[in-house]
Design a protein around this ligand. Structure first.
Ligand code: FE2
Length: 383
C-alpha cells in the first residue's frame, strides 16, 4: 500500500501512505505535512479515541502501539473525513478535513496556532496610526480595538467613566482581572504609601516593564486616569520589540548575549519577597521569535555575572535604556480623566514624566494567557 495516493471522492487533500507516515497535501498548492504513524494514532479523532464533549483525548501514551502503521485509507464524503485502517487490528482512525486543514496551514510547525504579526513602531510611525477606541465600543463588545492592541501593543481608550468601574469594564472586555500583591483592581493616588514602589511617588520613571520579579509577568496592564490636578506626568509607551530590533541591528553579538543572560527581578515589602529570573529578551523555544521583553532597572535584584559577562551586561543595559528613553521611540500623552491606556507588558515598556500636584489612576493587570485566549476566540489567531 506504500506510495498509494487517495484523492478521489472530492477529498480536499491528496493523501499518500509512506513508510514514515501519512503525507497530506492540500489541493491547489500550499505546504503539505508528513504525519508519523504514531503521531497520527495519538491524534485520532474517532469517538473511541477522542471525547467530543470535553475536547480531550481518551487514551494515554501508555496505550500506544509503537509498531502501528496504516494499511489502508478511505475518504468519507458524507462525513468530510478520512478513515485509516491500522495494521494491528485496532478500530479505524478517523480525521475530519478541518483537522488536516489546521495542520497544513502551518506546515505542521505549530498545529492549530496562527500568530498575529506585531507591527513595530517608533514615535514617527505611531503618530500616523495611534491605536484608539471609544469606551462605548469596548463596553458594547465590539472587537476591532482588540486587533489594534495585538498589532501595536496598546490602545488608547477615551470616554470611560473616570472611576474603578470604568477600569473594570475595559479589563473585563478582555477577560478576568489578575490578583497580585496590589490587589485585583487597584487605585494609585499620588502621595499614597500603600506599597513600596516608585509608581506611588512623583519622580520621572524611565521605560520599563512591570513584574520582572514574577515568573509569569502580567501580559496586559491597564491605567485609567480618574483625576488629575497636576503639572507634568505624561504617560510614556515604547515598543520594546522595536527597541530590541534596534539593539540587534546595532550589535548582533550583544543582542544574542542578552537573549541568554538570566537577569533577576525582585520585589520586597512587609511579608512579601518575590523574585524571578529571565533574560531581557526571551525567545520562544519552538519558533525562535521574540516573545517577551523583561526590563526593569528599578526592580533588578543584586546579581553577579562572571566578570567577562558583567561588562557586557552593563553595556547592553545602558544602550537599551538609552534607546528606550529616547524621544524618537516614545508615544506620550498626558492622560485626562476618562482616558485609559491598555498595553502589552510583554512587549511595550512604559514610563512617566515627573509631576507635581495630584493624580489618581485606577488600573489592573491581566494575564497574558487571558489576552491570548480572547484573541483566539475572536480572531482565530493569537500573540
Ligand atoms: Fe510600571
Amino acid at each position: 500500500m506504500n506510495g498509494a495516493t487517495v484523492s478521489e471522492n472530492g477529498a480536499p487533500f491528496d493523501f499518500e501512505l509512506t513508510a514514515q507516515g501519512l503525507r497530506v497535501c492540500p489541493h491547489g498548492g500550499g505546504e503539505g505535512a508528513l504525519l508519523p504513524w504514531l503521531w497520527l494514532r495519538d491524534h485520532c479523532r474517532a469517538e473511541h479515541s477522542f471525547n467530543y464533549e470535553t475536547g480531550q483525548r481518551r487514551q494515554t501514551p501508555a496505550d500506544l502501539d509503537f509498531g502501528i502503521a496504516a494499511v489502508g485509507l478511505r475518504w468519507l464524503p458524507e462525513k468530510n473525513a478520512l478513515t485509516v485502517q491500522w495494521n494491528n487490528g485496532e478500530p479505524p482512525g478517523m480525521y475530519p478535513a478541518d483537522f488536516f486543514r489546521k495542520i497544513t496551514a502551518n506546515g505542521g510547525a505549530a498545529v492549530g496556532e496562527e500568530f498575529i504579526k506585531p507591527q513595530l513602531w517608533d514615535a514617527a510611525a505611531i503618530a500616523d496610526c495611534e491605536p484608539s477606541a471609544e469606551f462605548a465600543d469596548v463596553a458594547e463588545g465590539k472587537t476591532e480595538w482588540l486587533m489594534k492592541l495585538a498589532e501595536r501593543g496598546f490602545v488608547l481608550i477615551t470616554g470611560a467613566p473616570p472611576e474603578k468601574e470604568g477600569a473594570r469594564a475595559v479589563a473585563e472586555a478582555v477577560g478576568h482581572i489578575r490578583e497580585t500583591i496590589f490587589g485585583g483592581l487597584w487605585v494609585l493616588e499620588s502621595g499614597s504609601r500603600a506599597h513600596s514602589d516608585s509608581a506611588y511617588g512623583y519622580g520621572a520613571i524611565g521605560a520599563h516593564t512591570d513584574a520582572t520579579y514574577s515568573h509569569d509577568a502580567p501580559g496586559l496592564q491597564l491605567l485609567l486616569c480618574a483625576e488629575t490636578k497636576s503639572e507634568g506626568g505624561e504617560s510614556i509607551l515604547v515598543d520594546g520589540f522595536r527597541a530590541a530590533e534596534v539593539m540587534r541591528e546595532e550589535d548582533p553579538a550583544l543582542y544574542e548575549f542578552l537573549c541568554n543572560l538570566p537577569v533577576p527581578g525582585e520585589y520586597v515589602e512587609d511579608n512579601v519577597h518575590l523574585r524571578a529570573c529571565r533574560p531581557m529578551f526571551r525567545r520562544d523555544a519552538e519558533t525562535g521569535r521574540l516573545v517577551q521583553v523583561s526590563y526593569n532597572c528599578y526592580d533588578r535584584a543584586a546579581f553577579l555575572p562572571a566578570p567577562e559577562e558583567s561588562g557586557l551586561f552593563y553595556r547592553g543595559a545602558k544602550r537599551f535604556q538609552q534607546i528606550a528613553d529616547s524621544p524618537e521611540m516614545a508615544w506620550q500623552r498626558k492622560l485626562r480623566p476618562g482616558e485609559a491606556i491598555l498595553f502589552d507588558n510583554w512587549r511595550l515598556l512604559h514610563g512617566r514624566r515627573a509631576f507635581s500636584g495630584f493624580r489618581k489612576f485606577c488600573g489592573c493587570y491581566i494575564d497574558r494567557e487571558t489576552l491570548q485566549s480572547k484573541l483566539r476566540v475572536v480572531f482565530g489567531k493569537t500573540l
